[in-house]
Design a protein around this ligand. Sequence first.
Ligand code: ARG
Ligand code: ZN
Length: 848
Amino acid sequence: MDGTTYLADYTPYPFNIDKVSLRFRLAPHATRVQAHIAMTPLSPGAALRLDGEQLRLISAAIDGVALTPSDYLITPSGMTIHPAALPEAPFTLETEVEIAPEGNTALEGLYMSNGMYCTQCEAEGFRKITYYPDRPDVMAPFSVRIEGDLPVLLSNGNPVASGPGWAEWDDPWPKPAYLFALVAGDLVAHSGSFTTASGREVALNIFVRPGDEDRCAFALGALQRSMKWDEEAYGREYDLDIFNIVAVDDFNMGAMENKGLNIFNSKLVLASPETATDTDYERIEAVIAHEYFHNWTGNRITCRDWFQLCLKEGLTVFRDQSFIADMRLGPVKRIEDVIALRARQFREDQGPLAHPPRPDHYREINNFYTATVYEKGAEVVGMLRTLVGDEGYRKALDLYFERHDGQACTIEDWIKVFEDSSGRDLGQFKRWYTDAGTPRLRVTDDYADDTYTLTFEQHTPPTPGQPHKAPRHMPIAVGLLSPNGNEVVPTTVLEMTEARQSFTFTGLSTRPVPSILRNFSAPAVLERATSAAEQAFLLAHDTDPFNRWEAARSLARQTLMDMTKGAPPAAEYLDAIGRLLADDTADPAFRALILRLPGEDEIAQALHASGTTPDPEAIHAARGALMTTLAQRHEVALSATYESMAVPGAYTPDAAPAGCRSLRLAALALLSQIDGARRAEALFASADNMTESLSALSNLITAGKAEGALAQFRSRWKDVRLVMDKWFLVQASLCPPKTAAERVTTLAADPAFEWKNPNRFRSLLGAFSANHAGFHRADGAGYRFYADWLIRLDPLNPQTAARMSTAFETWPRYDKTRQALVRTELERIASSDGLSRDLSEMTARLLG
Ligand code: ARG
Ligand code: ZN
């Protein structure tokens, strides 16, 4: 396809960049950027190709001599200086350009948010700031001078000097341009410090808008915990004198790891008990850690090209997941991560957007910041650790840092580090990086003469561009239980490499019950005919907490699938939930996870995988019916749980009280089905924290009794943007599906719907697409509403519009009528005037 970039076409840049000095003279409509770039030609006779978009060139000179227009060529994508105009020896290129941050609604490059200047350069935003080789394998030290009439002027590295209206920064560590950052604004800092293992003191600041400074303490603590953990778990110390975080209200993504100056979506920084939920707190801690961990996995060692994105993202997600597992309850964290992986990545793999963790072509790289690159990338790192063991993993990572510090690397470099440190051949394992799709793992078993045999067959369904898949090297963690519930074979990692392979266990006097894929040791779909009785047995007896939960989850999923076809709820499932509620030895957070039913999209995914066309209304009805049945059947125990899990005293976001709240609120969701939402009403009136308040409000919406509460919530929180986002979100995601399209249409007309703010847009549109039966309403009203808004957003903010188009990725699952309705909308989007490259690539892939 035209405009496509291919992995196979990689060539090194023919110049070395020795040093970059930038000077910014800030003005909303006419910011001047002077760049002073010292470079050395590496390949005589090569033209100097610089990326640059939406720049107005004021001047250009080499070694102090002005270039004339015949020395270079300017196109909408950059500038090429002819070889004849270039010295053969090292030289300095000086340019000056003008840019307009105020009009930058794409939120890429230098833009403005509420009067504050900020940048977002990953992946290719630096080219909207100045002419430069905007590619990650070009690394250089930067120094920056900022001039602007604002109290806080920040860039990467260490502060050098400042005065009224100016500041200078110096970053000694060579970095690619995507890690450049600049912030200027009327900001206040919540400050602290950290002393590194070798005794250096690092100043820490969280910069926010005045008025927000009392919601920064948790983020600062999370940063300090992350810095300590990275020293202990990976031996990685911080390497500058200062570490700054800035919270920005208008941001396309979660956060960005710019060297020494992380920029965050304010929703991932600001938290107080009254405004943030337990989930928000956990997410803030994870993302603060994630961006901090990038300092080593991403910044000190970066990517050669954007195809290698999962080199830094998969590894860094793996690191933040391990960190949270250490800070909180490990098994609970693992279960939460797998729920998210299935909901987002398995879903991606099942549809037209499936791609490998390392893709080999793209039109717009921003479309590849996906669950596959991030979350599946993390699973692949986890499998490597399982294969080489904890010590082997630490050895490999030590070698990675030692060998590659300061370099821009590939997945091949990464795998080689594991091969060299472990002596193993990982050639077949590499397919996890290059092949798309979720493997299906069919299991059969056999028992004879004290020998138990497990036979696995692996098969990965076709994905776009990859019709046939070779078998993968898969670590399958297995344990065996005796029928009386004792573990007779502890966790053993089987290494599957063939399409079909058997493993035997000898010396077993009775036929055991297998516990397969413990701790979800490989991101595969297990296909095994298991009885509900066996699932209930594993839920009761498995020593692996993940597989205990998994047993309950499969029971619930199967029950719901059967219910959509008219079957009554499975007795085994209802009984198992009763036993679990009575089991005070199980952790509350763990019990809460078991009590929460799979979401409607997960049920649709499972139905589709089993060859049934999902019916969104039937799924919605079945889920509601099962909740009601559970509530009726276990009312006494649920009510007791609701009371006993109330957390006394002041709110803290710690894992233990959050776990109690989670169980309490899971019970509330069920009880609200049968108590006329009486408890939810009372809780809404009395709650002193957002976790309970929002959960109470959600139940009131589901019960159709929320109008008063919604008005009250709104009048209390109308001036707090992040909380108003929640006001939109709960309505769009939970309102009755039959009238959801009308409801979101009304919400979109509300003056508080500031649709140019990505958080607000996602709170309405993203939440609506999660209202499964509402979005997939049979008459297509949901699809039409959604497409209208993508078309409207795209000219302003292509990145967010493209990302949100993934709501349509599941269309091949549904019936022919819905498929046709979605196609109509996708074709309507595709034929919109001036469609962005971002969204046009997405619609093309979605349409297949
Ligand atoms: N590197 C950032 C992170 O993972 C995300 C940047 C995303 N940027 C983008 N244009 N999609 O933490
Ligand atoms: Zn990241």
